[in-house]
Design a protein around this ligand. Structure first.
Ligand code: C2O
Ligand code: CU
Length: 411
């Protein structure tokens, strides 16, 4: 595989919020792999640290240091699990499939300390791969999405994990290029969802099944109490596969608790501008508002410090996962009604055919170019991506005196 630091997923970076983190990446891949660019997905990064698809690239043999401040809108970034992955224009799907993805976890002392932690806090990256006769994972582009018949947890096929009969926190990432999962526990027990991509929910939500599109994260607590000497499987109902076996082998005293309230949402104000983004198919390609990605086109110029309402529609017959770089978004409505209780604040949104989603977002801290795209990565590479530029308030259109036209010479 192509790896970050020799493992798949890449080395896990686990950092306290509010502290600057510098990560240096060196491109030692075969020159045929080309340049690289690293996006810290979900992080609030300045454009030159955001892994842009066509700028600030890391050429063969070169290094680049990315700086993550751990700050957002003047306060510490919320604790959560992000992931970093390659984002090179046209070939992000290939590069991620080849292995260029890793976890980036932010610890936040403002989150309740009673949640399961330490050995009871497990990051789980789920990704499918197709293996050939030599156990290699060749990549063959398919604009509808590349999937495989083996589903890996943290790079391992059908692993097991020994647990005690107590609560565990599972931070789950769908690290697949295009596969959707519907997760359940084989016992029929519930997950208590405590967070999303963008940190803890206002209050925990009990769920017996959890659908999950590419790049979404689910922060959940599972309780193995009363299951001593049993096996519990994390199962995907869409394939019917058992993804991970928990062997409840030990009796342990559980000192963890899930508080009835977790974190309130930040106040990002009311939107002053509305934009609509149609995730569509046009002339045989995946598009946004009818257009394929063009690095020379900017489709929105929101003003720094303002809040906007963005409306997403899906007139196609396939689901998409809408991902917006730069800042987290808060859900306003889904299909004209209330949002799911577990999607209050996110940055990757599941959008089924015919659905409409309304979110609001406030542009803070950084000006410059950011991406908006489908995270079914082959849709993105096929063209379902665009960019917006956050501009400084003073750069907003100012009336300029019109030059007086010169008199035309008479022929
Ligand atoms: Cu994880 Cu622009 O992507
Ligand atoms: Cu899509």
């Amino acid at each position: 595989m192509w790896t970050y630091g020799g493992t798949y997923p890449g080395l896990t970076i686990w950092r306290p919020t509010g502290q600057t983190t510098n990560v240096t990446f060196t491109n030692n891949l075969d020159p045929a792999a080309g340049a690289m660019t690293v996006h810290n997905h979900g992080n609030h990064s300045s454009p030159e640290n955001d892994g842009r698809p066509n700028e600030f690239l890391i050429g063969t043999g070169e290094s680049r240091t990315y700086t993550y401040t751990g700050l957002e809108d003047g306060v510490n970034e919320r604790g959560t699990m992000h992931f970093y992955h390659d984002h090179l224009m046209d070939v992000t799907g290939r590069n991620v499939w080849m292995g260029l993805a890793g976890l980036y976890i932010i610890d936040d002392p403002a989150d309740p300390a009673t949640l399961p932690s330490g050995a009871f806090d497990l990051p789980l990256a789920i990704a499918d791969r197709q293996f050939d006769a030599n156990n290699q994972t060749p990549y063959v582009f398919d604009p509808d999405g590349v999937t495989g018949d083996k589903i890996l947890i943290n790079g391992v096929y059908q692993p097991y994990f020994d647990v005690g009969d107590r609560k565990y926190r599972l931070r789950i990432l769908n690290a697949s290029n295009a596969r959707i999962y519907n997760l359940t526990l084989s016992t029929g027990d519930s997950f208590i969802q405590i967070g999303t991509e963008s940190g803890l929910l206002p209050a925990p939500v009990t769920r017996t099944e959890m659908r999950m599109g590419p790049a979404e994260r689910l922060d959940v607590v599972v309780d193995f109490a009363g299951r001593l000497a049993q096996d519990v499987y994390l199962t995907d109902t869409l394939t019917g596969m058992q993804l991970l076996q928990f062997r409840v082998t030990q009796h342990l005293v559980d000192d963890s608790t899930i508080p009835p309230t977790l974190r309130s949402l930040p106040d990002i104000g009311e939107p002053t501008v509305t934009r609509t983004w149609d995730f569509d198919k046009t002339a045989g390609h995946w598009t946004i508002n009818g257009l394929r990605f063009d690095p020379n086109r900017v489709d929105a110029r929101p003003v720094l410090g303002t809040t906007e309402k963005w409306i997403f529609t899906n007139p196609t017959g396939r689901p998409h996962t809408v991902h917006i770089h730069d800042v987290a978004q808060q859900c306003l409505s889904r299909n004209g009604g209330p949002c799911y209780p577990y999607e209050t604040m996110k940055e990757t949104w599941y959008l089924d055919p015919s659905e409409t989603l309304e979110v609001k977002l406030k542009f803070t801290d950084h000006i410059g170019m950011y991406m908006l795209h489908c995270h079914m990565i082959e849709h993105e590479d096929d063209g379902m991506m665009t960019q917006f530029e956050v501009i400084a308030p003073r750069a907003a259109p100012t009336p300029r005196p019109r030059p007086t036209p010169l008199p035309r010479p008479t022929p």
